[in-house]
Design a protein around this ligand. Structure first.
Ligand code: SAH
Length: 260
């Protein structure tokens, strides 16, 4: 493959959830710039590439996005095949399109490659159908964390009749609960919280809107985790996904259910 930048989704963690296209790009890469949330196990597909960690813990705290942009540009202009590897999908709360745009206007060829986003992976892995005939007509992906602290229209979300999947919500559980309850969502609405989705140490907590905050505290829920809020969040549990890396260490997988 010639010099270009591939903005690739690495999926939620389980290396088997990589796409074939992501694997092909990794094989071709000279340089792989990797985010914190990417499971390093996926790097087995690029044994000869230079690996450059560029997550927040990668030593570029001050102006990370600008630093990342310039580094991608420099490598691409050197004629290298660059893979920018991001957790989940590059365009779901992942700045993939911003990076593509920045490179594109500077004449760099860019390709975006889908990854399985954490919200979809976590739910499916726990047997939760995000849409369900007669129960949930849609699904809304939202982030509880905004750059400018602007607020979501929580009452519209509460009335939407769609399943809500919340990213980056662990530190905002109390606010999310009160916003949704004020917006009119039933306090008994089921909530599932899935930490480290698809990884061997995945943990899953089932609760309700009214007690999600206290239950999460007791469970010591940690980031990265996604929240699934809606009637469907009570589903699953009578069977478990076994054909993933999760099954290799089932003793690590923790499932806690709290009553409705
Ligand atoms: N582009 C990513 C999301 C990046 S935002 C994607 O499509 O998945 C980071 C947030 O994603 C985390 O705070 C968490 O809410 C969620 N997340 C990422 N990986 C996760 C995982 N393995 N398990 C649970 N949540 C995860």
């Amino acid at each position: 493959m010639s010099a270009k930048v591939w903005l690739v989704g690495a999926g939620p963690g389980d290396p088997e959830l990589l796409t074939l296209k992501a694997v092909r790009a990794l094989h071709a890469a000279d340089v792989v710039m990797i985010d914190d949330l990417v499971n390093p196990a996926v790097l087995e597909h690029c044994p000869n590439a230079r690996i450059v960690p560029v997550g927040k813990r990668g030593g570029c705290r001050s102006t990370p996005q600008d630093f990342i942009h310039r580094l991608m540009l420099r490598y691409a202009r050197q004629g290298k095949c660059v893979v920018r590897l991001k957790g989940g999908d590059p365009c779901i709360f992942g700045r993939g399109s911003e990076e593509a745009e920045w490179l594109g206007v500077r004449g760099i060829e860019v390709e975006l490659v889908n990854g399985i986003t954490a919200g979809l992976a976590g739910a499916t892995n726990c047997g939760i159908p995000l849409t369900l005939r007669g129960v949930a007509r849609g699904v809304t992906l939202i982030t509880a964390h905004t750059q400018d602290d602007s607020s979501l229209n929580w009452s519209a979300l509460a009335r939407s009749g769609t399943t809500l999947v919340v990213y980056m919500g662990v530190a905002k559980l109390e606010d999310i609960r009160s916003s949704l309850m004020t917006g009119g969502l039933d306090s008994r609405t089921p909530v599932a919280m899935i930490e480290n989705a698809s990884l061997p140490h995945q943990r899953e907590l089932r609760s309700t809107l009214t007690s999600m905050y206290e239950d999460a505290l007791a469970f010591e829920l940690k980031s990265p985790a996604i929240l699934v809020i809606g009637e469907v969040a009570a589903a699953g549990g009578s069977w478990k996904c076994t054909d993933t890396t999760v099954s290799t260490q089932p003793e690590n997988k923790q499932v806690i259910r709290r009553g409705r």
